[in-house]
Structures are given as structure tokens and as C-alpha cells.
Design a protein around this ligand. Structure first.
Ligand code: 9MR
Length: 452
């Protein structure tokens, strides 16, 4: 079994073999490549604190070679994006979007309407005031989804709105949205998100959905709501099962299978959105090889289910390395991820690789169009005069204020934009080959591009 080499090992072996680092990486087999061949996304989170050399160099190398979907751990949440009323801050999120686009990663947006991590001003100024809260939530969704329109492929529109009772119902306490607006905040959130980006996939996301479909369970309650939403034209396309579990929870993969099948009946995708399989923290010093094998076995079962159910699309793990995980700080659990604290792949990584290989691409169905997987890592084009451009999907990035002209292959102008600062969307243009010209003052860059 090949593994991704740690960054230092890559440099070392590349030096010995006399090959470039990129060759060493490209020759290695990755779970990203295997998932992509199967029309699926495998991913993990990213946290903006991990830029600027604030994390070990291995992190980025593994992150961008092993995964093809990414979620912002905190940067797209309400308190991060709208810390003061109607004053939006996208700096950290934008940085992550640029990173994702430069490395060909799909972006899951997390999360629009959630009772937690809401900026304090919302309840201080408008707690209990239905009219004002509807206005605030709509404005938030319009602005955030609108800002990342065409870049964030999928949103957790509503997160964790169901309570933890044995007989599940809406979470009615400690939720500024539910207490002030009532359950219609969920329906409205989906409608507003769809209006702001009609092409984005829109999910309901929650935890404990892996506990099965018994009567009164959270999963059953969610399936009932999805049915109601579909019958009423509410634009939901996916459910996310967070799946933060423990090593003892051996039946959960098959419960996720049952949930996928129930949602398939409603023409809705099921994504695993925050998987980790932790050990109780008290056992941290006593873990044996057999414990890690068992953890790998459960990871493998989840991957088997994921590949065998045609309406599953994304398999996202809530962290990359046990060196940086929310489990230790907040959950009394530990070591739930694919890489250990030294960035060595654990048996969990091998198990996922084995599962992918045991399910040949020809037998795995994808819920997505094949065109989604044609995007390779997109490298910026930089000319010697310093002018640069980068195309990601239909977004054209340029370094400074520039005039953009697009011509078809017969040289006819099809698009022009003046004073572009940062990026421009090439919307309304058919797929095909074009020539783009970027002009900054007297400097120009001309490049052939493909619009997919
Ligand atoms: O991993 C996130 C952690 O950094 C934050 O402190 C925490 C605050 O609520 O949120 C964590 O992410 C949560 C996610 O947004 C929703 N599902 C549960 C995740 C783990 O708590």
C-alpha cells in the first residue's frame, strides 16, 4: 500500500532519486484521485489559523493532495462573517476560497442558520422580534451566499435545528431563530439561499443522525421534514450527517446506509459531513495496534456504505491530523482522524484506500454530472511583465484593476469587463474554447482558456 509521503520524506526521496517534488507526489496514489475516478468527493476541514506557517508544512501538502472537497471549520459561520450588523467580513473565508480554487477543491459552505456561533448583537438587539429576525436572517443569507455565489458549491443552510430528546422535535430553547421566528425560519432559509445562488446544493445538516430510523429518532424526524419540504417545493437537495462517533459505535455505518436509502426515495443526496471516530480520552495512553485497526475497520465500513449508496456524494472528515482536532479540546475524545500527530497515515487511512479499491469506478454511481470532476488544480498564468490571471470554473481572477476581453475562436468579442479588481464571473457564455485578454494600463496578457 502506498501512502502520501510526508513533506520532508518527499523532499528527501526526491533529492535521492533526482526527481522534482511534484513528480514524487504525482506518482503516489491518493484517496483524492480514487474518489474522483468514482465521481465522489472526499474532504476535510481547513482553518484560516493554519495559514501563514502557523501549522506544520506537512499539513498543506497532504491537505491538497489527498482531498478534493474542503469546509471552513469556522470562517463562514455567522459570527465570523457578520460580526456587527450588516458589516460583513469575508477576509478569512475568501483566503480559503482562493486556496481551494487554486488546488481544485470543491467548497462546502458551513453554516447559514444555526443556533450556535451567532454574533451576540442578533439576540441583544432583536431577540424575540420576529419581523426583525426574519429581516436579519434574510439579509445574512442574501449577503453571504451572494458573496460566494458560484464558488461555494453547497451550503449547510440549516444546522442542528432538531433537539436531542428521545422523541425528536425542533430545538426550541437556546435558539434565537426558533424562539423568535418559529419553525418557518428553516423553510425561509432554504428559499432565500436558493434565490441567492440557484446553482448551489442546499443541505440540512445535523448530528446523531447515525443512530438509526426508529420511530421518534432524530433521523426519522429529519426524513419526515425533508418529505414535507419536497412536497412543498422547498429547495433542499441534500442532508448532511455529521457523524461524530466513538469507537464503540459499531452499528452506525449501517444506520447511515438506511438513512441514505430513505432519502433516495425523496431524491435527496446524503453526505457525511463531519466524520470522526474518537477514543475516550482516558484511554489515550493505552491505545494498541488492535485499537487503531478497529478504528480503521469502522472507517472502512463508512466508506463501503458511501460508495455503495448511489445518492451519497461527499465524505468529509472533521480534521486531518490528531495533532489538531476539536475532539481533544471539547469532547473528551481523542485521535479520531486519518493521520496521527506526526502526520503518519493510520490504519484508518489504509482502510479507506482499500475500500475505494474494492469498489471499481465502473461500479460506483455518482450523484453528480461527470463535468464536475474535470477540474484539475488550476495554476495561475503569470507573464514576465508581472500581469497574471487565473481561471477557476467560471471565475477569472486578476491581480489588479484590469480590463478583461473575451473572444471566441473566430476572434469575435463575446464579453468585456472594465476595472476588474480581484475577480469577475464569466456568466452567460457557452462552454468552449476562448481567448482571454487581460489589460492593465499598457501591459497585456493573452491566454487561451476553456469554459466548462
Ligand atoms: O470545530 C469547530 C470548533 O473549532 C468550534 O470551536 C466549534 C464551536 O461550536 O465548532 C466546531 O465545529 C462544529 C461544527 O461547526 C458543527 N458541528 C459540530 C462541530 C464540532 O463541534
Amino acid at each position: 500500500m502506498k501512502h502520501t509521503l510526508s513533506f520532508s520524506r518527499i523532499v528527501f526521496s526526491a533529492a535521492i532519486l533526482g526527481v522534482g517534488i511534484s513528480n514524487a507526489v504525482a506518482d503516489d496514489e491518493t484517496i483524492r484521485e480514487l474518489a474522483k475516478e468514482r465521481g465522489r468527493f472526499i474532504g476535510t476541514i481547513l482553518n484560516s489559523e493554519w495559514f501563514n506557517d502557523a501549522i506544520e508544512p506537512e499539513f498543506e501538502e497532504i491537505h491538497k493532495t489527498q482531498f478534493n472537497v474542503v469546509v471552513a471549520e469556522n470562517e463562514m459561520k455567522f459570527d465570523a462573517t457578520e460580526p456587527s450588523e450588516n458589516e460583513f467580513n469575508y477576509t478569512k473565508g475568501d483566503k480559503m476560497v482562493e486556496y481551494a480554487q487554486a488546488n481544485g477543491l470543491r467548497i462546502r459552505g458551513h453554516a447559514l442558520a444555526w443556533h450556535s456561533q451567532v454574533a451576540g448583537w442578533v439576540s441583544q438587539k432583536y431577540g424575540g422580534n420576529k419581523t426583525e429576525l426574519l429581516r436579519v436572517l434574510k439579509n445574512h443569507i442574501d449577503s453571504v451566499v451572494g458573496h460566494w455565489k458560484g464558488k461555494v458549491a453547497e451550503w449547510d443552510v440549516v444546522n442542528e435545528a432538531v433537539n436531542d430528546d428521545y422523541n425528536a422535535d425542533w430545538r426550541s430553547t437556546n435558539s434565537v431563530w426558533y424562539e423568535g421566528i418559529g419553525p418557518e425560519f428553516l423553510d425561509s432559509a432554504f428559499v432565500w439561499a436558493h434565490a441567492a445562488d440557484p446553482d448551489a446544493e442546499l443541505c440540512y445538516n445535523d448530528y446523531s443522525l447515525e443512530w438509526g430510523l426508529r420511530e421518534g429518532s432524530k433521523a426519522s424526524f429529519v426524513v419526515e421534514q425533508v418529505k414535507r419540504w419536497k412536497e412543498n417545493g422547498i429547495p433542499i437537495t441534500c442532508v448532511g450527517t455529521q457523524t461524530h462517533i466513538e469507537i464503540a459505535h459499531e452499528t452506525t455505518p449501517q444506520n447511515v446506509r438506511a438513512l441514505a436509502k430513505a432519502l433516495a426515495e425523496l431524491d435527496v443526496t446524503l453526505n457525511i459531513t463531519e466524520l470522526d471516530i474518537g477514543f475516550p480520552q482516558g484511554n489515550a495512553d493505552k491505545l494498541t495496534a488492535a485499537d487503531y485497526e478497529k478504528q480503521g475497520h469502522i472507517y472502512r465500513q463508512f466508506m463501503d456504505v458511501f460508495l455503495e449508496e448511489p445518492n451519497m456524494g461527499e465524505f468529509v472528515i472533521w480534521g486531518l491530523t490528531d495533532a489538531h482536532s476539536w475532539l481533544d479540546g471539547q469532547q473528551g475524545k481523542t485521535q479520531g482522524l486519518l493521520y496521527d500527530k506526526q502526520y503518519k497515515p493510520k490504519p484508518a487511512y489504509d482502510s479507506i484506500m482499500v475500500s475505494l479499491k474494492a469498489h471499481p469506478a465502473s461500479e460506483v454511481k455518482s450523484p453528480y454530472p461527470a463535468s464536475l470532476f474535470n477540474t484539475e488544480a488550476i495554476k495561475p498564468v503569470v507573464k514576465s511583465n508581472g500581469i497574471s490571471m487565473q481561471l477557476a470554473g467560471r471565475t477569472l481572477f486578476v491581480a489588479a484593476a484590469a480590463k478583461i476581453d473575451l473572444f471566441d475562436m473566430q476572434g469575435r468579442p463575446v464579453f468585456t469587463a472594465h476595472d476588474v479588481k480581484g475577480s469577475v464571473e464569466l456568466q452567460g457564455i457557452s462552454k468552449g474554447l476562448y481567448v482571454v485578454r487581460v489589460r492593465e494600463g499598457s501591459k497585456t496578457l493573452t491566454q487561451r482558456i476553456t469554459i466548462k
